[in-house]
Write a new protein. Structure first.
Ligand code: ATP
Ligand code: MG
Ligand code: FE
Length: 332
């Protein structure tokens, strides 16, 4: 079984080929047009997908050793994501599947972020809990089987990646600021400044408060010292990161206790954060958890995870029709 998978939900155009469950490649074109705007501009993202998609698919096929005639199915991200971006991928996938006369497989992007854990060994065992942390989502998911997942907690407002990026912007860092906060935090003191830790009911998160807290804090400090940010950048980054991680892990611990689960995974772009990885490891040691973190290229948006999800759907015969449409707010 050879499947071509396409990812185009946000600002990464990606294609991957999976052969009998084994990922052969993962071609990713990152869009740089958004940097100067400090965030993804949907209209520009759609146009860039339009430009990148065919070269990216071409490269995936050319480097796979499989000809397009040998493809058994074409898979694509149906949602959630930016409507215009999704439309480019969905339309391409439909045309390609139609031309090759093979079935189409629609994939949920958030499910795929979790299934990235099945690309390499060791793999988590069911049921496990996955904390999915990205630019658009923050979810605690109880994973009962490859295609059977339940969201047990999520953010009521901003995603944690958004909190990283927005506070980074307040510090004058370029977009996306998450990786830069991570970088500067390594040299800083996480206890230098304290920001409020939200505690929402049950397993819910809230990340909008920290943005406002940092905004007012900086405004007050800059009044006395216009150089406050540059003089304290590392401590600010470390303190912000510390607060965000604390919120993430508090609820993760709670979820693990409630569901009695010891296999704990993280997924999504923010799982690249070194502070989160370190704190998760020490928590795991303390509670006897086994932890799972995908390779970096499978953490951020990529088509290999879409291919992995498509593989499981193919095995179950879960295909979609030519009348399928993207869903910007698709649920797990
Ligand atoms: P979604 O998957 O919810 O649609 P997305 O596609 O934008 O959102 P990803 O590409 O998975 O999300 O992740 C991007 C996010 O990850 C950005 O917010 C970015 O700042 C953040 N991020 C990446 N690396 C790090 C890091 N080392 N530390 C903190 N945040 C990071
Ligand atoms: Mg992205
Ligand atoms: Fe994503």
């Amino acid at each position: 079984i050879n499947i071509l998978a396409i990812e185009s939900s946000c600002d990464e155009t990606s294609a991957s080929i999976i052969s009998d469950g084994k990922i052969l490649n993962n071609i990713i074109a990152t869009q740089s047009v958004h940097e100067k705007y400090g965030g993804v501009v949907p209209e520009l993202a759609s146009r860039a997908h339009q430009q990148h998609l065919i070269p990216v698919v071409h490269e995936a096929i050319a480097t796979s050793g499989i000809t397009k005639e040998e493809l058994s199915a074409v898979a694509f991200t149906r949602g959630p994501g930016l409507m215009g971006s999704l439309l480019v991928g969905v339309s391409f996938a439909k045309s390609f599947a139609y031309a090759l006369d093979v079935p189409l497989i629609d994939v949920n992007h958030m499910q795929a972020h979790i299934l990235a854990h099945f690309i390499d060994d060791p793999k988590p065992t069911f049921p496990f809990i996955c904390l999915t942390v990205s630019g658009g989502h923050t979810q605690l998911v109880l994973v009962k089987d490859h295609l059977d997942m339940e969201v047990i907690g999520e953010t009521l407002d901003d995603a944690v990646g958004e909190a990283f990026d927005k506070t980074a912007k307040l510090l004058g860092l370029p977009y996306p600021g998450g990786p830069l906060i991570d970088k500067y935090a390594k040299e800083g003191n996480p206890k230098a400044f304290s920001f409020p830790v939200s505690d929402m009911p049950n397993l819910s998160y809230s990340f909008s408060g920290i943005k406002t807290a940092v905004l007012y804090f900086l405004r007050d400090q800059l009044k006395n010292n216009p150089k406050f940010i540059e003089e304290n950048l590392a401590d600010l980054c470390a303190s912000i990161q510390f607060t965000l991680i604390k919120m993430l892990l508090q609820k993760l611990k709670k979820a693990a206790d409630i569901y009695g689960v010891k296999d704990i995974a993280i997924a999504g772009g923010v799982s690249a954060n070194s502070g989160l990885r370190n704190e998760l490891q020490s928590l795991a040691k303390k509670h006897g958890w086994r932890t799972f973190i995908p390779k970096f290229e499978y953490c951020t948006d990529n088509a290999a995870m879409i291919a992995m999800a498509a593989h499981y759907k193919y095995l179950k015969g879960e295909f979609c029709g030519m009348d399928v449409v993207p869903e910007a707010r698709m649920k797990i």
